[in-house]
Ligand binder design. Structure first.
Ligand code: SF4
Length: 64
């Protein structure tokens, strides 16, 4: 499972990089950037799903 981020949807609320700073960062405009682009381990997957569930723009999708 990997993190898929739609930067067109991201409004820079920052919830993802607040909840999972080891998985997400932000650019100068506050738009989210995925730090871990490869396969997620179990611990990363749990945090990624937390971020997915808390993104108000549905910009984060965890999948293959
Ligand atoms: S929580 Fe969603 S909208 Fe907010 S910065 Fe992260 S990806 Fe963007």
């Amino acid at each position: 499972m990997k993190i898929h981020l739609d930067t067109e949807k991201c409004q820079g609320h920052g919830r993802c990089y607040s909840l999972a700073p080891d998985l997400f960062d932000c650019d100068d405009l506050g738009t989210a950037v995925v730090v871990v682009t490869g396969e997620l381990n179990d611990e990363q997957l749990a945090k990624a799903k937390l971020a997915e569930g808390n993104c108000p723009e549905f910009a984060i999708v965890i999948g293959d």
